[in-house]
Design a protein around this ligand. Structure first.
Ligand code: RNT
Ligand code: ZN
Length: 419
């Protein structure tokens, strides 16, 4: 027996003393598919042009060398990350990651053919694809308004863009045999006090109404609308606020997208899940890490990640929740950023499955809050790492920090050669 197996067997016994079935926990976590965001690989630049991220209330900071410059490079980097992450997962594309063969294809001209390379790659690698319309980094978004713009011509341009995105997503869903999850996020907002808060929201709702009036089979596509508190340059007013998006999604049977960085600093998305679950069919999560604001730091296994995973497990929400990552750190190796964030999310889920939750719930029902707190506290130091290490080994991915050497070797052989 290897050291990892020995440690695992001891850990399994310890968990069994608390009534926790470790094998079931590993089996449960292996069913969760996390959607890795393509945009960590190149700082949200995309392949439309060489302009990179402009405008739109999101910001990638840092200049770590070696970012992916072409679809092939991005795919190679993603494959490297996937090889270091246990389980089979998904890949989340934005419309600006099209393959246009070197010819300008504007946002209102994109077609499934521009994503055929991605569809073929996903199939070859056993991945599902998800998709996003891109309402930023474009001259028609330069003043911070898109679907809510007062100019009908500009609104129509973006409506056409989103309709095409949904057609592309539906084609992806049909090709992969699982729904392509489309997230609709608009940066629309105002820097200073609005005189009219209602009209832009009415226009956004009308634009969405037109976009979603096009029906696609449910087996191929799911749509979510994502709110935000504020963005850089849109500090005073966000058209797609939480109330707007939640209201719109509930009324129209769409997914509510919750991004962990899009709320007030002490407001958590973990606490929203149980309430939402009572009233919506499905939820889309953008797991991120805001530091002081929606800074999109790499996800780590912190209190909020822990709480999100606990809610998903304890409320039995994984079957109705799509878990996607959303962050972009350009100051560290980007393959490492994917690996750290995804492994952290999976760790949090495995740990949540390993909690002695039925005992905790029973103590709570009995009014025995002493026992509840005592057990929760003891559960923090159960031998989790022995189970996680074994889970990684069983899935054929590096155990512990060993993945880092692989990223360093990849950086030396591949990423550092990109200049
Ligand atoms: C921006 C939103 C949005 C984007 C991605 C690139 O604040 O979180 O989800 O990060 O679509
Ligand atoms: Zn997001």
């Amino acid at each position: 027996m290897s050291k990892i197996e020995q440690a695992f067997e001891l850990a399994k016994e310890r968990y069994a003393e608390l009534g926790v079935d470790v094998d079931a926990a590993m089996e449960n976590v292996s069913k969760v598919k996390i959607s890795l965001h393509c945009w960590q690989g190149d700082d949200v630049a995309g392949f439309e042009s060489t302009a990179g991220l402009t405008g739109g209330g999101i910001l990638a900071t840092g200049n770590y060398p070696g970012k992916a410059r072409t679809p092939d490079e991005l795919r190679a980097d993603a494959e490297k990350a996937f090889s270091l992450i246990p389980g089979k997962h998904r890949f989340n594309l934005h419309a600006i990651y099209l393959e246009n063969g070197g010819k300008k294809v504007d946002r209102d001209e994109i077609e499934p053919a521009h994503f055929q390379g991605w569809i073929d790659w996903a199939k070859a690698n056993g991945l599902g694809l998800d998709f996003n319309p891109t309402f930023f980094s474009h001259e028609k978004a330069a003043d911070g308004l898109t679907l809510s713009h007062p100019d009908k011509g500009i609104r129509d341009f973006w409506i056409e863009h989103d309709k095409r995105c949904r057609t592309i997503a539906s084609a992806m869903g049909a090709a992969q045999g699982s729904p392509c999850v489309v997230n609709h996020w608009t940066p629309d907002g105002l820097k200073d006090f609005p005189a009219d808060r209602l009209a832009p929201r009415r226009r956004l709702a009308e634009s969405y109404d037109e976009i979603f009036s096009v029906q696609h089979p449910r087996e191929t596509i799911r749509d979510g609308v994502e709110c935000k508190l504020f963005g850089i340059g849109a500090e005073s007013y966000t058209v797609g606020s939480h109330e707007f998006c939640m209201g719109y999604a509930m009324k129209n049977n769409l997914l509510v997208t919750l991004d962990a960085g899009h709320f007030h600093p002490t407001e958590t998305i973990s606490d929203k899940l149980s309430s939402l679950a009572l009233f919506v069919d499905e939820i889309l999560l953008h797991v991120s890490r805001g530091v002081r604001w929606d800074s999109d730091h790499v996800v780590v296994w912190n209190d909020e990640m822990k709480a999100i995973a606990e809610e998903l497990v304890r409320c039995d929400l994984l079957s109705k929740t799509y878990v996607a990552l959303d962050y972009f750190d350009a100051t560290i190796n980007r393959v490492a950023a994917w690996t750290i964030g995804t492994r952290s999310a999976l760790k949090a889920l495995l740990a949540a499955f390993l909690d002695p939750i039925s005992t905790l719930k029973k103590a709570e029902l009995d009014g025995n809050y002493t026992k509840r707190l005592a057990l929760m506290e003891e559960a923090r130091t159960l031998p989790f790492s022995a189970v996680w290490d074994y889970y990684c080994e069983k899935n054929g991915v590096p155990v512990g920090e060993k993945w880092l050497a692989e990223v360093e070797a990849y950086e030396a052989a591949v990423q550092s050669k990109r200049v």
